[in-house]
Design a protein around this ligand. Structure first.
Ligand SMILES: *[C@@H]1O[C@H](CO)[C@@H](O)[C@H](O)[C@H]1NC(C)=O
Ligand SMILES: *[C@@H]1O[C@H](CO)[C@@H](O)[C@H](O)[C@H]1NC(C)=O
Ligand SMILES: *[C@@H]1O[C@H](CO)[C@@H](O)[C@H](O)[C@H]1NC(C)=O
Ligand SMILES: *[C@@H]1O[C@H](CO)[C@@H](O)[C@H](O)[C@H]1NC(C)=O
Ligand SMILES: *[C@@H]1O[C@H](CO)[C@@H](O)[C@H](O)[C@H]1NC(C)=O
Ligand SMILES: *[C@@H]1O[C@H](CO)[C@@H](O)[C@H](O)[C@H]1NC(C)=O
Ligand SMILES: *[C@@H]1O[C@H](CO)[C@@H](O)[C@H](O)[C@H]1NC(C)=O
Ligand SMILES: *[C@@H]1O[C@H](CO)[C@@H](O)[C@H](O)[C@H]1NC(C)=O
Ligand SMILES: *[C@@H]1O[C@H](CO)[C@@H](O)[C@H](O)[C@H]1NC(C)=O
Ligand SMILES: *[C@@H]1O[C@H](CO)[C@@H](O)[C@H](O)[C@H]1NC(C)=O
Ligand SMILES: *[C@@H]1O[C@H](CO)[C@@H](O)[C@H](O)[C@H]1NC(C)=O
Ligand SMILES: *[C@@H]1O[C@H](CO)[C@@H](O)[C@H](O)[C@H]1NC(C)=O
Length: 569
């Protein structure tokens, strides 16, 4: 309202300046400006706290008929003085501006208004959330509100928003109302997990140079906000492909960050989740599994593929049995191994270490490595098992998967030509006329050889054994044959006469002859023994007293002789 009263004079002054630009400049130089009111205010503008004190001088350097202060409080009546002071000790007017006037002789009354800014700091500044209680969810939008009570003039008010120590937004008000008002400002926020911070708002009155320094301000209490967020699974700790070596379990870890603290579970494709941060994966674990981190905000799932790794052993460019003395290559494939720098591949034949390769590449990512072993199998290698072992000689970091991995066995079959056992089949075989003899031809070979006898006829005899008689050909041979080769063994049959009946006849004749001689000798001896009995009886009758008396005619010695002769007969 007051400003309007100055509108015309101001407009007029500008109009004059434009119209009489040159004349205006001249008048400034000469100091005789007709349009200026010859009054000076000191200070020219005041900023006063409501109920505060104020004092402003109004002075002139020209002759006058009187000057004074017009004001609702502390008015100064017209006086002849050249300096008058408007003074109020407790200003309680919001929107009335006082003015100083002067009456001069050569012109009409003129006046100068004193701009007065009456301010009042807010009774309170408070911060709150709009339509929300409790923790906020990350990514959602929320509104914060700052209430500033009883502040004036709102035109000079700035509401500043702070997140922690950082100014995030500010609002000024262009309402020209001079009396105290309540103001509300809002701030839209989209909190994230790092917002474990405090918000506050601050009401500041920027009253300009004339105002108090620093500008008065009132700050709200801090508003602590809690942000809840969806779990995030640490992908470094849980790779999407987990290599598992057969026979070597691996422990995998699902670690998730989230607020509130997430629940970790594993989905193994069954209906029962496994509630644990760790899971032991073996080659029998389902190929596809997932870790689920769950909290009140949401779920995060990470899919894991279990890749069962085999170290494989194989023969290069060859299948089936090997031929004795040929050269073959065995190959050991180590899949997805890292770091290859620490890899050693060992070859075993049975339980014996036969070769070893140390890899030196410095590549860090998983690679496939192949190592070969050259072998020259012989017949003693048939059925031998080869295997290779990959060993990761890690220094300090935990051995998961464990550092030693063995392949399955590679059974090799060696084919070799037959050899006939000479111990069982001599090259010369005697045979007696009229008798049979069985020959055994045994041969070792792989595959198992076929045995046949060549007996001089066109038809070979297929059998391990062959019975020879005196009618068999003198020359025969055993042939052992398999897909690898043939062994032939010649046998000479030596026919022997059978002297046994002759010998038996001779023996019989000899026995008969000896018998005759014995009988002859005995008959001579018998005659001699009869004569001796009579002489003995005569010579020693007293010695056998009792016996003679009882038996009368018999005697011991002749009886013996008689029994002896009975035996001969
Ligand atoms: C004004 O200030 C005086 C003292 O300077 C004090 O006694 C009085 O209560 C104040 N009044 C208001 C309304 O602030
Ligand atoms: C003052 O506020 C009004 C309404 O809020 C708006 O239209 C106007 O542009 C604002 N003026 C300035 C200078 O900010
Ligand atoms: C400001 O708000 C307070 C509390 O709500 C109320 O008492 C007062 O009357 C309000 N003032 C204005 C100017 O609206
Ligand atoms: C900051 O304030 C301006 C003006 O009030 C507003 O347009 C903007 O959206 C605010 N920014 C934020 C983040 O609230
Ligand atoms: C994930 O785990 C790795 C290894 O322990 C660690 O260095 C990293 O800081 C973790 N990342 C997060 C987001 O926690
Ligand atoms: C979280 O998982 C449960 C089952 O585990 C499901 O019912 C729910 O819909 C999931 N929530 C979200 C946000 O995906
Ligand atoms: C395997 O045999 C094929 C064709 O016979 C040949 O091209 C290849 O070089 C051989 N590989 C090895 C490792 O000998
Ligand atoms: C491989 O390394 C081992 C020790 O780690 C060593 O004994 C062996 O001689 C090395 N072999 C070769 C072929 O360098
Ligand atoms: C290793 O071999 C496997 C199977 O052949 C293949 O899937 C994989 O991509 C190979 N890895 C590298 C690093 O070449
Ligand atoms: C054993 O390993 C060494 C080094 O790798 C290699 O030179 C040699 O040929 C290998 N021997 C056989 C029989 O493969
Ligand atoms: C190799 O031979 C062993 C026993 O001699 C047997 O248990 C194994 O199954 C064989 N492996 C293959 C691949 O034939
Ligand atoms: C040949 O036969 C003999 C007697 O049966 C046996 O002791 C020997 O081991 C065999 N020789 C071979 C090479 O099989």
């Amino acid at each position: 309202m007051k400003k309007q009263s100055f509108f015309l004079p101001t407009f007029f002054r500008i109009f004059c300046m434009r119209l009489f630009g040159f004349g205006f400049l001249l008048s400034v130089v000469t100091g005789t400006h007709a349009a200026e009111c010859p009054l000076q205010l000191n200070p020219q503008r005041v900023v006063v706290r409501y109920n505060g004190s104020v004092a402003v001088n109004c002075s002139t350097s020209v002759q006058h008929d009187g000057m004074g202060w017009e004001a609702s409080e502390g008015a100064v009546p017209m006086s002849k003085d050249n300096l008058i002071t408007w003074r109020v000790s407790d200003l309680r007017e919001w929107d009335r501006e006082p003015f100083c006037y002067i009456n001069t002789k050569d012109r009409d009354q003129c006046k100068i208004e004193l701009p007065v800014t009456v301010y009042k700091t807010p009774d309170s500044v408070s911060i709150s959330t709009v339509d929300h209680i409790g923790p906020m969810k990350e990514g959602n939008q929320y509104e914060l509100q700052c209430d500033v009570l009883n502040v004036a003039p709102v035109q000079y008010l700035t509401v500043k928003w702070y997140k922690g120590q950082t100014l995030v937004n500010q609002t000024t008000f262009n309402d020209t109302i001079k009396t105290p008002v309540n103001e509300t400002d809002t701030l839209m926020i989209r909190p994230d997990r790092s917002d474990g911070v405090q918000y506050r708002c601050e009401a500041e009155l920027k009253l300009g140079e004339e105002g108090p320094q620093p500008p008065p301000k009132v700050t709200s209490d801090p508003l602590s906000i809690t942000v809840h967020y969806k779990p995030t699974i640490n992908e470094t700790k849980l790779p999407s492909i987990v290599p598992v070596f057969r026979g070597y379990p691996v422990v995998i870890v699902c670690e998730a960050e989230g607020k509130p603290k997430p629940t970790i579970s594993w989905n193994l494709g069954t209906n029962k989740p496994v509630y644990s941060e760790t899971l032991t994966v073996t080659d029998s674990t389902p190929e596809d599994l997932s870790c689920i981190a769950n909290n009140s905000v949401g779920n995060t799932t990470r899919h894991v593929k279990v890749s069962v790794q085999d170290i494989s052993i194989s023969t290069v460019n060859h299948t089936g049995p090997m031929m004795e003395r040929n050269q073959y290559e065995l190959q050991c494939d180590v899949l997805n191994v890292a770091p290859v720098q620490y890899l050693t591949v060992k070859w075993y034949k049975g339980q014996t270490l036969v070769n070893q390769t140390n890899f030196t590449d410095t590549i860090k990512t998983p690679v496939n490595k192949t190592d070969t072993l050259t072998i020259h199998p012989d017949r003693s290698d048939d059925g031998v098992q080869y295997k290779c072992e990959a060993e990761l000689k890690l220094r300090t970091e935990g051995p998961r998967p464990p550092p030693k991995l063995l392949t399955d066995h590679l059974n090799i079959t060696v084919f070799f030509e037959p050899i006939i056992n000479e111990t069982k089949l001599p090259s010369k075989v005697p045979v007696f006329r009229g008798y049979e003899m069985v020959l055994v031809c045994e041969a070792e070979g792989n595959p198992k050889p076929t045995i046949s006898w060549n007996i001089g006829t066109n038809n070979p005899v297929y059998s391990e054994t062959f019975t020879i008689t005196d009618s068999t050909a003198e020359e025969l041979s055993c042939i052992a044959n398999n897909s690898v080769g043939t062994d032939i063994k010649h046998v000479k049959v030596v026919l022997k006469e059978d002297y046994l009946p002759l010998i038996a006849g001779l023996v019989a004749i000899t026995v008969a002859f000896i018998s005759v001689i014995f009988i002859f000798i005995y008959s001579i001896y018998y005659k001699t023994a009869k004569m001796g009995r009579y002489s003995l009886k005569d010579a020693k009758p007293s010695a056998q007293n009792g016996n003679i008396a009882q038996n009368g005619k018999d005697n011991t010695i002749p009886m013996k002789k008689l029994s002896q002769s009975n035996i001969f007969a």
